[in-house]
Design a protein around this ligand. Structure first.
Ligand code: GUN
Length: 279
């Protein structure tokens, strides 16, 4: 058996085309602000990609690169100014931030109406309650990918590995919202292999190459790899041993070309949603 590849790259292109069509119908061009503090090389790549995505979708991008020693108060002041700007629909502050800046203060300063990451407490509360306006981009991208291949979590056992606020926790909530039975595993889970073997849908979001080996995958399971690691040869890879997993899974996401492009596409979708709500 060889798994069907969940082609995030192709689906993301379709989502972006739809966003571009919708954006063109609005009376004003949607605007996204992307803020990068410091020189984190991975963050620089992510931000560059977001700028390109905006250009592809007809979204105005306001791109701020601030020095690593920017005082917290200065960043908060910028966010407050952006909250009040009519031409800015979405505000994203790339994480991680330098150590002297308190992430929680930053995320709570972004207006919930412009919080296209859905990291503000208000938006996280709405996700928990099941009536979100913005969904966090990575879990939303995974759900969109599952829908596109007619994979429903309803009645399935969904195992999420990783409990981050950005991916693991909201991923579990979205699967639950669609009637999956959800287990969230983490670094203190004693029997990770046994848990994973229960999964009809297995989502790994840890960031450790080789964490999920083929013997942890139930034959026929759907495998979604959210991680983006670099192996010893410098090549991008996920948490899942992809080649061997293809022989066990029914569907699987590649890295790169799976979840990553979907995350980016969902950011464009959230920016469009914010713009529509504000116009
Ligand atoms: N850093 C890694 N992923 C993300 C994300 O989705 N949003 C932001 N703002 N920072 C990140």
């Amino acid at each position: 058996m060889s798994a069907v590849i969940l082609d995030g790259k192709a689906l993301a292109a379709k989502v972006k085309e739809r966003v571009a069509r919708e954006a063109a119908k609005l009376s004003r061009r949607p605007g996204l602000t992307v803020i990068l503090v410091g020189e984190n090389p991975a963050s620089q790549v992510y931000v560059r990609n977001k700028v390109q995505d905006c250009s592809d979708c007809g979204i105005a991008c306001f791109d701020y690169h601030l020095p690593a020693d920017t005082p917290e108060e200065e960043l908060l002041q910028l966010l407050t100014e952006l909250n009040g700007r009519a031409d800015v629909d979405g505000i994203l502050c790339q994480l991680p931030l330098p150590d002297h800046i308190r992430e929680k203060r930053v995320l709570e300063t972004i207006s919930p109406d412009k919080d296209v990451d859905a990291f503000h407490l208000y938006n996280m509360g709405r996700i928990l309650r099941g009536d979100a306006r913005f969904l966090p981009c990575t879990p939303a991208g995974v759900m969109e990918l599952l829908h596109a291949y007619d994979i429903s979590p309803a009645g399935k056992h969904c195992v999420v590995v990783g409990r981050s606020n950005i991916v693991g926790k909201p991923m579990g909530l979205l699967l639950l919202q669609e009637n999956g039975t959800v287990t969230i595993c983490h670094s203190r889970t004693p029997d990770l292999k046994e848990q994973c073997l229960q999964a009809d849908i297995l989502v790994s979001a840890v960031g450790r190459e080789g964490l999920i080996t083929a013997d942890m995958i139930r034959p026929g399971a759907v495998v979604v790899d959210v991680a983006m690691n670099r192996n010893a040869a410098g090549k991008l890879c996920g948490d899942v041993d992809f080649a061997a997993a293809c022989e066990r899974a029914s569907y699987i996401t590649p890295v790169p070309g799976g979840v990553g492009p979907m995350t980016r596409a969902m950011l464009m979708e959230n920016t469009l949603t914010a713009a529509k709500a504000r116009q």
